[in-house]
Ligand binder design. Structure first.
Ligand SMILES: *Cc1c(COP(=O)(O)O)cnc(C)c1O
Length: 375
């Protein structure tokens, strides 16, 4: 069996160990300490828009706290992009609220502004004005920020920007992760930078950050004993994990460059296969190309290719299965145009890590060429 080629695997810089050692040497082995503050500062300077960052246990916990900060509660409705990972939608249900799913457009594969407005109008007509909107920059491609945010403003609904896959992406020169009323980042093992597991909430005010940190550290009131007037959560990032994050920040831009060059490589090497198409960057959209995804001409070709790659010990994966197709969300209201269903059938993510070698990339190309030579 040839060695495994992963879809997206962790890629350390070497600097991580220094920060972790420092945490051990100074005994800051806790969910607070200099690495937590340092990592938050690194992210704040990287995002470069006067934002506040709270380092948390995961992107999911950041989404959950966002909804709490916006007052989402039992019986409310929250609009969510249907084509995404389930973690975008699950926190809506944690709050006892109902997700309302909105389909994608085909220019960025993200939330469709037309379907969004149809959904908002229909929910308002049913006396259920949505409490928040969660659009996602899928695979690093920025959603149509201007269009989506204009609609949100028209109806005065706050946006929770799911930027879990898009650290390092830009829209009209501005960093993804700074557009929402609240925004979230993820540092899970497969993301563009990883802390082994972790996430962050990006806020526009210090008050929001402070409230998030308060809730994330068990909501302790200011008292010498343990006193609580709110329900709290254990959602803070640990100082060890934050040390990995500080090390990762030193190579974030080079990871973006490498993932973008993987994408260009695939595009050039596969241009002769007319059954394969790529998602191009619309004007003003700069994608970190977290994952390179291709579209095939049919579900049969897509599945055939996936199995052919698996045979060569190369990991690939269909695009996110839309939430409206998930058994757990089958009864949720959905506003659909067929785009995300089609993408799910015909799309395949290729190995995209920043640590892929030329030999590994060549192996992927040669496996794809072999498949198309036979089929
Ligand atoms: C990874 C991911 C999340 C969740 O982040 P975790 O850190 O794994 O909790 C949320 N949304 C999207 C789109 C993601 O890809």
């Amino acid at each position: 069996m040839k060695p495994k080629i992963w879809l997206s695997s962790p890629h350390m810089s070497g600097a991580e160990q220094t920060y972790i050692k420092e945490a051990f040497d100074t005994n800051w082995v806790a969910p607070l300490g200099p690495n937590v503050n340092g990592f938050e500062n690194d992210l704040q300077s990287y995002l470069n828009e006067d934002r506040y960052v709270a380092a948390l246990a995961s992107g999911t916990s950041a989404l959950h706290l966002s909804l709490i900060l916006l007052g989402v509660t039992y019986g409310d409705e929250v609009i969510c992009q249907s084509k995404t990972f389930s973690a975008s939608a699950n926190p809506i249900v944690y709050q006892g609220a109902t997700p309302v799913f909105v389909d994608s457009e085909s220019d960025t594969w993200n939330m469709c502004p037309i379907q969004l407005e149809i959904a908002i109008k229909d929910r308002i007509a049913k006396s259920k004005k949505p409490k928040a909107i969660i659009p996602v920059h899928l695979y690093g491609m920025p959603y149509k920020v201007d269009e989506i945010h204009k609609i949100a403003e028209t109806y005065n609904i706050p946006i929770v920007e799911d930027s879990a896959e898009s650290l390092g992406s830009l829209y009209n020169g501005q960093n993804c992760g700074t557009f929402g009323n609240l925004s979230i980042l993820s540092f899970n093992g497969n993301k563009i930078i990883t802390t082994s597991g972790g996430g962050a909430l990006v806020t526009r005010t210090k008050a929001h950050k402070d409230k998030a940190v308060f809730l994330a550290t068990q909501a302790r009131d200011d008292a010498p004993h343990y006193q609580h007037s709110h329900i709290g959560y254990n959602y803070r990032m640990s100082n060890i994990v934050a040390g990995i994050g500080r090390g990762q920040m030193t190579i974030l831009d080079s990871h973006v460059a490498k993932r973008r060059s993987n994408h260009e490589f695939y595009k050039n090497e596969l241009s002769h296969i007319n059954k394969i198409t790529f998602l191009n960057e619309p004007k003003g959209h700069f994608s970190n190309r977290w994952l390179t995804a291709i579209l095939l001409d049919s579900i049969e070709t897509r599945e055939g290719l996936r199995l052919a790659l698996e045979e060569e010990n190369i990991e690939s994966r269909p695009l996110w299965k839309p939430m409206h197709q998930q058994p757990i969300f089958k009864d949720a209201p959905s506003y659909l145009n067929g785009v995300s269903d089609e993408l799910f059938d015909r799309g395949l993510c290729l190995p995209s890590g920043s640590n892929l070698t030329n030999e590994q990339l060549d192996r992927v190309i040669s496996a794809i060429n072999t498949y198309f030579a036979i089929c």
